[in-house]
Design a protein around this ligand. Sequence first.
Ligand code: C2E
Ligand code: MG
Ligand code: MG
Ligand code: MG
Length: 274
Amino acid sequence: SVKLDGKHAWRFFDRRRADFIAHQHRKEAELREALESDQIVVFYQPRIDARSGRPCGFEALARWAHPTRGILEPSEFIDLAEETGLINRLGDVVAEKVCRQLAFWRENGQEVLPVSINVSARQFMQPDLLQQLGRCLERCGVEPGQIEIEVTESSMMHDAAAVAETLSSIRGLGMTLSLDDFGTGYSSLSQLQDLDFDVLKVDRAFTARLQEPKGEVFFSAIISMAHSLGMRVVAEGVETREQMELLKALGCDELQGFGLSKPVAAERVSAFLM
Ligand code: C2E
Ligand code: MG
Ligand code: MG
Ligand code: MG
């Protein structure tokens, strides 16, 4: 190993830090440019009704059609968007695209199923979130009932009264509200007691563990609790036929996962509706 005296160690650290900061700045500028020049696209993943086996909605998932790197998934840009505040702009872009897509499908006489949109913690704290969403629906003539808002447990860790108020205004507008990635945060259960959700999306960690000891018991307990509270249950991350069958038998309402379909471009959505 290299022995550094204090001064050199500092320079070494300083240089690495400077490189890191420069790199972050480049990435931020690139993402900003992507948002301005329409490189963000929305993919749609079907949500399948467990009883009928038919699609009953879609989840909108952001993708970055990068000019040189191809289609990038959120793991490559959502954290950066959160850190830089660009998430608010990204949220507006996604909501706008979803509403325009819903309007396009309606105008083309295609069957139109509800679409769920992810709202991150930081967006959730944005004071004009609701105004923006409301205006977006109006501009495109989309019924609020066509939109579901997915929030994660981490979004709920802020000022409890403000969170409750935002959630109830979302429902007041007529949109559906779902709790995403349920079971992975710390305060899952108290949130269910304190706040009203229409849909519980159970994190894929629970789906992955269905066939382990206690896996079915766990999932079944979550379903029965959610049903007692009047919520529909969506299993995330359904990948195998065995998981589908088990979840159906346990009374899970909807299934979502690569085993049913990966997220697809808007043009490919109609193929699910034949
Ligand atoms: P999420 O909301 O929990 O979305 C589900 C994620 O699980 C998606 O990843 C989806 O592609 C993936 N997934 C679906 N089925 C399976 C499966 O069977 N197996 C596995 N391993 N994964 C599956 P994706 O599209 O990479 O998105 C990741 C996260 O990024 C989302 O998690 C959501 O939290 C966030 N995100 C995506 N789009 C947006 C957006 O427009 N706005 C905000 N704020 N966040 C977004
Ligand atoms: Mg989601
Ligand atoms: Mg999720
Ligand atoms: Mg997630």
